[in-house]
Design a protein around this ligand. Structure first.
Ligand SMILES: [Zn+2]
Length: 351
């Protein structure tokens, strides 16, 4: 069981902690210290009191929704070995921060993978405290027979402030890129021009998720903020039935947090899907609000969920450090999340 060693864990070195707020909120909620430490935004005492220490009294499993009643469809499976191989290949590019040569190589790698698919760019220049950076969200669209879109996002950039530290982001950036590449394999099964039986699925490799200096509302989520604004203007947001962000999903010791700043029904549906695969022990022992690529969409009323494991090593010690390497990850974890989200899509298609 984890305990905070200090009540000031909320202010780690700001320059290297773009997601420090995430870590802090997680710790805050886990240990129910909200009432004594008031340094974070967006947290309510109700959230804090609802949180439970991980190994003492886990959050109760949500009740299955009516729409999630079991059916006879076989449970879907990703090819986890292939997804893990993608994680290796992505990580092997090295640091992949915005504007870097490795970032360009990874863009080409993703686009090569999507040859023959319907692909769109959302490219722009971000004006940041560290100067201007090219940002490029890559979107692959897999049309469906039902009216509406399910969006799956995962970021592919690594942290600019960590560019000279040996940081390669195997879990943070690598696993999310890889799982989406594997989803593209799964979704293009019908052949060219054939629609999938269900909603359209759009896969989005988001860029600029990480802060260039210190995580804040304006220094973070560059790609997703831009995309949410664009999709609000062109009417796309209204068509989105569900949006799910996958981030840091490769940890061999997998603990997906219930990110409470998402749509409760969608969080519950993901849990139901996890139960159907027998994976529920990896979900929702921890809970709390998380700042990630779903936030710009949540702010605009899109039903969204962040699927993330922010318990990466003891006290999240591998997160945003050169320790975030492939040896900490496992194909099984990619399979657990990969299959669960595929099953969630299946359940959404039935609604
Ligand atoms: Zn990160």
């Amino acid at each position: 069981m984890k305990r905070p060693t200090t009540t000031k864990v909320c202010f780690p070195s700001a320059t290297l902690c773009p997601l420090w707020l995430k870590i802090f909120l997680l710790l805050l909620l886990t240990f129910a210290l909200a009432s004594t430490i008031a340094c974070a935004k967006g947290i309510s005492s109700a959230d804090a009191t609802a949180a439970a220490p991980k190994s003492e009294s886990p959050a109760p499993p949500p009740a299955p929704s009516e729409a999630a009643a079991p059916d006879n469809a076989p449970l879907p499976h990703i090819d986890s070995k292939r997804a893990f191989q993608y994680t290796r290949e992505v990580t092997a590019f090295g640091p992949r921060y915005m504007g870097s040569e490795n970032h360009k190589k990874l863009e080409r790698y993703i686009l090569d993978h999507l040859k023959g698919d319907q692909v769109e760019d959302d490219a722009f220049t971000a004006d940041t405290v560290e100067g201007k950076f090219p940002v490029r969200n890559i979107i692959a669209k897999f049309p469906g027979t039902k009216d509406g879109i399910i969006v799956i996002l995962g970021h592919y950039d690594t942290n600019y402030p960590l560019r000279n530290s040996g940081y390669v982001g195997a879990n943070d950036g690598g696993s999310s890129t890889a799982i989406l590449l594997e989803y593209a394999n799964q979704l293009r099964g019908g052949g060219a021009g054939k629609k999938r039986d269900g909603y359209s699925i759009w896969l989005v490799w988001t860029d600029g998720e990480e802060a260039v200096k210190t995580w804040s509302d304006t220094d973070s989520l560059y790609g997703s903020r831009h995309l949410a604004e664009k999709w609000e203007k062109d009417g796309t947001l209204k068509k989105i039935k569900a949006l799910m962000v996958l981030d840091m999903i490769g940890d061999a010791d997998l603990d997906i947090i219930r990110a409470t700043n998402g749509a409760p029904w969608l969080l519950d549906l993901i849990y139901t899907a996890a139960e159907r695969g027998g994976y529920q022990s990896h979900f929702y022992a921890l809970q709390g609000p998380i700042e990630d690529d779903h936030v710009p969409f949540v702010k605009r009323g899109v039903p969204s969920a962040d699927v993330i494991d922010l318990d990466y090593g003891y006290n999240n010690v591998f997160h945003h450090t050169p320790q975030d390497t492939v040896d900490k990850l496992s194909p099984k974890s990619l399979e657990i999340v990969g299959d669960t989200i595929l099953e969630t899509i299946h359940l959404l298609d039935q609604r």
